[in-house]
Design a binder for this molecule. Structure first.
Ligand SMILES: Cc1cc2nc3c(=O)[nH]c(=O)nc-3n(C[C@H](O)[C@H](O)[C@H](O)COP(=O)(O)O)c2cc1C
Length: 290
């Protein structure tokens, strides 16, 4: 008997088969492309680290590409944010336990993910309202720190991963500082969804250039802030983005948190003590656009 193409059951059968086939193709593509997506995301973050450290696209190209330049110039440390001490082994153990397999930290340690894992797993801690000045709610226990070495092996600058809420989005980026832990080299964002032309100007190269040479601490307190009408070029202030006070405040709060005692403060204090025996405890405060 010839198949009745127009019958209702056959129409449903064809539609169902089509849906199943499409779902299968999409799932297979998603699973097989996942490693490549992760690799590309990491490459993009490395590229941002290079750029915030002063490498031009031409220098990266001449040096053999992002991966080669990054690996030849940077060490990646994993620290315990509470103590500032090296904590690669502890991080490895906690990640293996959380994922129930042997994890390749270099490729698979995602700090944002770690910050949201149940604190029982030893990868994160909840932040109380007073401490959480940049609105991230919980913070990872372990963080990467990228150290750029000169050709004779001396640290030339440190790059810290930073993040905080703007108006619409979580802004994720890197802050690079000189080994005095006082002078900024640059700030960049690899992920943000603020309004283009307003908060999105955080990615404007002219605005980012304003950060170079700014100072972070005054008497152990984080003083660096995004300030409205900072035309005088004060050492501790960067011009606020016009029409984007909320995003500007978000950047100030982000710097305040990550350079303070709940962020990289303990690491910075440890490094300073190692170098000179001087103690200078940075504390989290609550700067806003002034
Ligand atoms: C469509 C739209 C998009 C906006 N996007 C942003 C933004 O990305 N960041 C921000 O701080 N303010 C943004 N604002 C403005 C805020 O609502 C608020 O008015 C502003 O932060 C105040 O800044 P000002 O004091 O510099 O004018 C936006 C407003 C509108 C109407």
């Amino acid at each position: 008997m010839p198949l009745n193409k127009d019958s209702l059951p056959n129409t449903f059968l064809v539609a169902t088969l089509l849906c199943l086939t499409c779902a299968l193709v999409v799932s297979a593509a998603s699973v097989t492309l996942r490693p490549r997506q992760l690799e590309n995301a990491q490459l993009d973050r490395r590229n941002n680290i290079l750029q915030v450290s002063g490498f031009t696209p031409e220098e990266i190209k001449e040096g053999g590409g992002i991966k080669k330049v990054f690996e030849s110039r940077f060490d990646v440390e994993i620290i315990d944010l509470d103590t500032g001490e090296d904590a690669r082994d502890e991080c490895q153990a906690a990640m293996n336990k959380a994922k129930d397999k042997e994890v390749n930290l270099a490729e698979e340690y995602d700090q944002l993910w770690a910050s949201k894992v149940n604190p029982d797993k030893g990868l994160s801690e909840k932040l109380d309202k007073k401490t959480d000045v940049c609105g991230i709610k919980s913070r990872e226990k372990f963080s990467e720190v990228f150290i750029m070495n000169s050709t004779d092996g001396k640290p030339e600058l440190y790059v810290f991963p930073v993040r905080g809420n703007g108006l619409w989005s979580l802004m994720q980026g890197y802050l690079s500082v000189k080994p005095d832990f006082q002078t900024v080299v640059g700030l960049t964002f690899y992920q943000q969804a603020e309004t283009p032309g307003l908060g999105g100007e955080v990615q404007n190269p002219d605005w980012k250039a304003l950060w170079n040479g700014k100072k972070i601490y005054d008497n152990g307190e984080v003083k660096l802030a995004v300030i409205k009408g900072n035309k005088a070029g004060n050492d501790y202030g960067v011009d606020a983005l016009s029409g984007a006070t909320i995003t500007s405040n978000g950047v100030t709060n982000m710097i305040d948190f990550w350079m303070g005692s709940k962020g990289f403060g303990p690491f910075i204090e440890k490094m300073k003590n190692q170098d000179s025996g001087v103690s200078n405890t940075p504390a989290a405060g609550g700067n806003n656009v002034k």
